[in-house]
Design a protein. Structure first.
Lengths: 420, 447
């Protein structure tokens, strides 16, 4: 099936301006719209312990208006053109996006440039928006997943900023100051820390001209200090047990793996699909369909910039079944090492991954999200372009090797949530 | 208002929308809707069966969902695993889904395997295995998923709202997956009976979006499906429609949560009622237009009371509901409720202004291309058009209708649909004595 990809044209134009602003353009003349995205290289990864959640709070504040587009006029203008807009913050980046008719994307560029240099940060509005973010955090606290995930993060990383939730800790949020916010904006919202992604019905030359018109004159405020987070070696199993009013016990367990640039990334991707992808996956079949031990299983290879974790998220009807399922998963991992992985099983996974590579491109916004996130996490969107080839090359032995290398007790982290 | 925005609003022009839906039907009543788009070598292939959870018999809620999922648990030729492996070996996806008005099977496939997948879809629809063992497993899995959902306040809120808002026997009184107690009562013979009643060509419509050859598709569909016999489909008989006779508040106490989940519900018309278009525009202004709506500006932007606040209409075949929803810290519960009620009153008594209407019109005029960007979006719009019988030219008509709207029309609609009586549901860890005493019928439930 790999040959099919040659029939499918995937062209991305990459450029940058003198001020350091990076540009990616994916032209798609079949689409009637343009997804206009601006990505800043800032998120919880960059936050010290006393500022957790500040990147996300700044994302909220960025909708309060800029010098030339005061109050809510950014979103109001987009709505008046029939567009939709939003933003999200993760560990590594903050992304603002707007989907808009092909004739109007220049207006979005103009407003984004104003947001980059002229954001109006009002102290009173900051206090109100902090309350909104605290409500957002409460909303998550009221699901059983969030406390379990946060505990899992805390024991997975003792010092690395991945231990901090993107939304921030509640007591830290309460104490964030207006000055913190202004400094954060000035430090990170600069052209040399930003990436523009345009996907949809655009002509490359015209788009570059428009980007230059609005962003070309913006001078960087200064250099952004690179941070090099570190962590203690895991050196033995880590476990945490929580108790809450829940109807179903849950468990996340996982193993520390590698960074996104490591060669193990691809065999771990294929392993994830063998174990956890859909109803024909090994673990769904075994633990839900056949043995009735679990009511839900999910997980996978979550690999970030410096490091990664391969995790399993289990939900059972009772605690006994939960622990039995954990043992069964470990047994399945051993089987994968000792027994031959059938060629047809590997072929099926690779075919699905290759087809998904095409299916993912249905929506121009999604293409932009993929390009932007890979460009920031790996330094180049080309990582994504090479993905099908690298997947096709994964061999059975490499899958067995990664299991041997990472999936052992001294590298294991477990968080359990039990009913009170 | 900035100059750019002002300029945009002054230049209001109804756009021309190109959305050429292909339609064909077979003599046995099977309908085919298509939209050709060859930007990717793929097709979204759906069969919709007008047999959603609203067709569940009373006491057997969740049956329609079980039936559509049982079809994917194997055919007379292939087991469950063989069926999925067949699709996945060719890189495809296979999924079943049950909504209130319909059930759906979707295959997402590379274009080159389209014929193969249509043949497979026929096998799924006409040769179900319905094995007892698969049925027990499926039921267990769905019950498991319901148990997980019960951990979430939003699930409790939605379920209790529907149960208390709709009259007994009304088709939208339960969630499509049913309840644990109702699922336990369902037997394999119920599955077979439901399938026998509703799974016939005159109750199906196919939707294809993507890269396919029209003539070839027509031939294939004729060859495969024209020999299926038409059968009479039982019609739903509805005795009474939703009507809230007095203000009522139901508080569901849930331990360990630190917010109140608030939902106010009003009656809304059926999805193909002519009032739906002005209602949608009214809702966009009031609470549907995210942070730019009245509710968003007041509750979130000005007061900082909630992250998520808004209002929406459910658009279904039979009359359903209009909802205002938010979550806020427990101590703010009464204040937030009062604000929403006050805002509803303002809308009803004072109506909307001209600027708000122009902004809403501009949004709808520009939003159509965005709302149909992906294959999935296109298939969803076609499904809505078919289920609600809106007509193939619906998107163009929608814009013409919106263009004709006046403030007076919206205000008249607001007066008619925002009634004095409503149902308020709260899921919270609030104590009874900490809630304001209101002159409403009130009920407290411990969960």
């Amino acid at each position: 099936m790999y040959f099919l990809l040659f029939l499918f044209n995937f062209f991305v134009y990459k450029d940058s301006l003198d001020n350091g602003l990076k540009i990616l353009i994916y032209p798609d003349t079949n689409s009637e719209i343009v997804s206009c995205q601006i990505w800043y290289k800032v998120g919880s990864y960059y936050e010290p312990e006393n500022l957790t959640g500040i990147s996300h709070l700044l994302e909220h504040m960025a909708f309060k208006g800029s010098k030339n587009f005061p109050k809510n006029s950014y979103s109001e203008t987009i709505r008046a053109l029939g567009g939709i807009d939003n933003a999200f913050t993760s560990e590594l980046y903050t992304c603002y996006w707007a989907d808009i008719g092909k004739d109007y994307y220049e207006i979005v560029l103009k407003m984004e440039a104003d947001r980059m240099v002229n954001l109006v940060l009002d102290e009173k509005e900051f206090e109100t928006e902090k309350k909104v973010v605290m409500e957002e955090r409460r909303l998550r606290e009221n699901t059983p997943y969030s406390p379990l995930w946060e505990s899992f993060g805390l024991i997975s990383y003792f010092l690395h900023p991945y231990r901090q939730p993107v939304i921030g800790w509640m007591p830290v949020l309460e104490n964030l100051t207006y000055e913190d916010l202004v400094n954060w904006y000035k430090n990170y919202y600069q052209p040399n820390n930003a990436l523009i992604v345009l996907c949809g019905n655009v002509k490359i030359n015209e788009a570059i001209k428009k980007i230059k018109k609005y962003f070309g004159k913006i001078k960087p405020r200064g250099n952004i200090k690179e941070i090099k987070p570190f962590d203690l070696p895991i050196a033995g199993e880590r476990k945490i047990i929580l108790k809450r009013e829940v109807k179903t016990p849950m468990m996340i367990f996982g193993y520390k793996t590698c960074s996104i640039k490591d060669k193990d990334f691809y065999p771990l991707e294929v392993l994830e699909k063998i174990l956890l992808w859909g109803k024909t996956s090994r673990l769904y079949q075994k633990l839900i369909s056949q043995k009735n031990l679990l009511i839900s299983i999910s997980g996978g290879s979550d690999i970030q910039k410096d490091t990664g974790i391969f995790y399993f998220f289990l939900v059972a009807e009772d605690t006994n079944k939960l622990f039995l399922a954990e043992k069964e998963i470990e047994k399945e991992l051993e089987n994968l090492i000792s027994e031959k992985i059938k060629e047809e099983e590997l072929r099926k996974i690779k075919n699905r991954l290759l087809a998904e590579y095409i299916f993912q491109k249905e929506r121009v916004r999604s293409i932009g999200f993929i390009l932007g996130s890979y460009e920031i996490a790996t330094g180049s969107y080309k990582f994504y372009e090479e993905y099908p080839k690298k997947i096709e090359e994964v061999k059975e032995e490499e899958i067995k090797e990664v299991i041997k290398k990472y999936f052992h007790k001294d590298n294991k982290i477990t968080a359990i949530l039990l009913p009170k | 208002m900035n100059i750019l925005l002002l300029f945009l609003l002054l230049n209001l022009k109804e756009p021309q929308i190109k959305f050429p839906i292909i339609f064909d039907s077979l003599e046995n009543g099977l309908k085919i809707y298509g939209y050709r788009d060859n930007k990717l070598p793929m097709v979204r292939l759906r069969v919709i069966i007008r047999a959603g959870s609203s067709y569940d018999p009373i006491g057997k809620e969740g049956l329609a969902n079980l039936v559509v999922n049982m079809l994917l648990r194997g055919t007379k030729k292939r087991s469950y695993e063989e069926l999925y492996n067949f699709v996945e070996n060719l890189g495809g996806r296979l999924e079943g889904y049950c909504d209130y008005d319909f059930s759906q099977i979707e295959i997402v496939t590379l274009s080159r395997y389209l014929d193969t997948m249509i043949i497979l879809l026929k096998e799924i629809l006409t040769m179900p295995k319905f094995a007892e063992e698969d049925f027990i497993k499926l039921k267990r899995e769905i019950i498991g998923r319901i148990k997980i959902s019960e951990n979430f306040p939003t699930y409790i809120l939605e379920k209790e709202f529907q149960k208390n808002f709709y009259p007994k026997d009304y088709p939208y009184r339960h969630l499509p997956e049913g309840e644990i107690t109702s699922l336990e009562k369902i037997e394999i013979r119920d599955i077979k009976n439901f399938y026998e009643a509703y799974y016939h060509p005159n109750n199906y419509f196919f939707i294809l979006v993507g890269d396919f050859l029209l003539e070839r598709l027509k031939e294939k569909m004729k060859e495969l499906f024209s020999n299926l016999p038409r059968k009479e489909i039982p019609r739903l008989k509805i005795e009474s429609f939703p009507k809230i006779e007095k203000k009522k508040m139901i508080v569901i106490k849930k331990k360990e949560i630190n917010q109140s989940y608030i939902l106010l519900g009003f009656e809304a018309p059926s999805g193909n009622n002519l009032d739906v278009i002005p209602l949608r525009v009214m809702n966009f202004i009031f609470g549907g237009g995210a942070l730019n709506s009245r509710l968003g500006k007041l509750i979130r932007e000005k007061e900082g009371l909630a992250y998520d606040v808004g209002s929406y209409f459910t658009r279904r075949y039979f009359p359903s509901h209009f909802i205002c929803e938010m979550q806020t810290e427990i101590k703010n519960t009464d204040y937030a409720i009062d604000l929403i009620i006050e805002e509803l009153k303002k809308l009803k008594e004072k109506g909307i202004n001209k600027d708000e209407l122009i902004q809403a019109k501009r949004f709808y005029f520009g939003n159509i291309p965005i709302s149909i960007d992906s294959y999935s979006d296109k298939a969803n719009i076609i499904r809505e058009i078919a289920i609600l019988e809106l007509g193939l030219d619906y998107l163009s008509r929608l814009l013409t209708e919106i263009n004709k709207l006046t403030c007076e029309k919206i205000n008249e609609i607001a007066k008619r649909y925002i009634k004095d009586n409503f149902l308020l549901i709260i899921v919270s860890n609030i104590e009874k004595e900490n809630l304001k005493i209101r002159d409403w019928e009130t009920e407290f439930i411990e969960k």
